[in-house]
Design a protein around this ligand. Structure first.
Ligand SMILES: [Cu+2]
Length: 101
């Protein structure tokens, strides 16, 4: 299955967790975007990383976790309960991108 790459323009985006997969697995956003992970799976998952603050408690079905990305860079994260579940958030600078403004 190819990696799904989504370029989001909204300032709030959602990453769904289902069937042991973060979706989209790679998400490109602008700095300042609020990302909310929602667990649609029927078992608990977490969002974990080495980034300060980017770490949730165990999310039961329907629970969510929100983190606002203010600094450009690539943020890799994983599920603390199932470390093979991984995802990345690519944060672009608010200017200097290819946004059609
Ligand atoms: Cu998990």
């Amino acid at each position: 299955m190819p990696l799904l790459i989504v370029s989001a323009k909204a300032e709030e985006v959602t990453v769904k967790i289902d069937n042991f997969v973060f979706s989209p697995q790679i998400l490109t956003i602008k700095a300042g975007t609020k990302v909310t992970w929602v667990n649609d799976d029927d078992i608990p998952h977490t969002v974990a990383s080495t980034t300060q603050g980017l770490r949730s408690k165990a999310l039961d079905t329907g629970d969510s976790f929100t983190f606002t990305f203010t600094t450009p860079g690539t943020y890799k994260y994983f599920c603390g309960l199932h470390p093979h579940m991984t995802g990345s958030i690519v944060v672009e600078g608010a200017t200097g991108s290819n946004a059609p403004q």
